[in-house]
Design a protein around this ligand. Structure first.
Ligand code: DGL
Length: 218
């Protein structure tokens, strides 16, 4: 039987954490992974600029006969998913900061969202906060150079430790990883939180959504 081909996209290495999660649960898929090493990081660029980079890459997934595209990038999803869905007729699975589950389980009423500047400034993210986090305090620490650090293998541990301890000191009991690059330092963040906060990220939810979409294909 021919394998189903899907496309997975991120600006850089962040999306590879999603690829790993998909491969673990859906080993029968053929995954075409594309990144944009020439333009990473996206998180400090304008929406129009990001759109101009992403559109031809999505077209190449279609040309290569991918049946689904997974946007393994919060920055692209929160700013451009609707536009891309309107333009491309294949199913597109995205991911966004897990504000809703974090707010729902927080006992302290304080959560921290670690994401790129462009994700934090998106309408979709603002809507998520309005809709699901009205009654909690949402901390948004400055993570603007984290993608660069992770992409270039130059993680400044002291800087990460400082941010994590600051949000924990401010009462956060949930730390949302709202950028797939940060999945690679999940353990570090968890260690620095010293059991004061739970670190959450969307890999499992994305795989579950992808399974639902694949079922509808057949
Ligand atoms: N990994 C991406 C995200 O989830 C993009 C990071 C970047 O390029 O700045 O937001």
């Amino acid at each position: 039987m021919q394998k189903i081909k899907i496309g997975v996209f991120d600006s850089g290495v962040g999306g590879l954490s999603i690829v790993k999660a998909i491969q673990n649960e859906l080993p029968e898929l053929e995954i075409v992974y594309k990144d944009d090493t020439q333009h990473v990081p996206y998180g400090t660029r304008s929406v129009e600029e990001i759109y101009s980079f992403v559109k031809p890459i999505f077209q190449s997934f279609v040309d290569e006969n991918c049946k689904v595209i997974v946007i393994a990038c919060n920055t692209v999803t929160t700013n451009l998913a609707d536009r891309l869905r309107a333009e491309f007729s294949l199913p597109i699975v995205g991911m966004e900061p897990m504000v809703k589950p974090a707010a729902a389980v927080s006992k302290t009423g304080v959560i921290a969202v670690c994401a790129t500047p462009r994700t934090l400034s998106s309408h979709r993210y603002k809507w998520l906060k309005e809709e699901f986090a009205k009654n909690v305090k949402v901390l948004e620490p400055d993570c603007s150079d984290w993608t660069y650090m992770i992409e270039n293998n130059r993680v400044d541990r002291e800087k990460i430790a400082k941010i994590v301890s600051e949000v924990c000191d401010a009462g956060a009991d949930q730390i949302v990883l709202g950028c797939t690059h940060y999945h690679w330092i999940e353990q570090l963040i968890e260690d620095y939180s010293k059991n004061r906060a739970k670190v959450i990220q969307p890999e499992r939810a994305v795989v579950a959504q992808l399974k639902r979409v694949l079922q509808q294909l057949s």
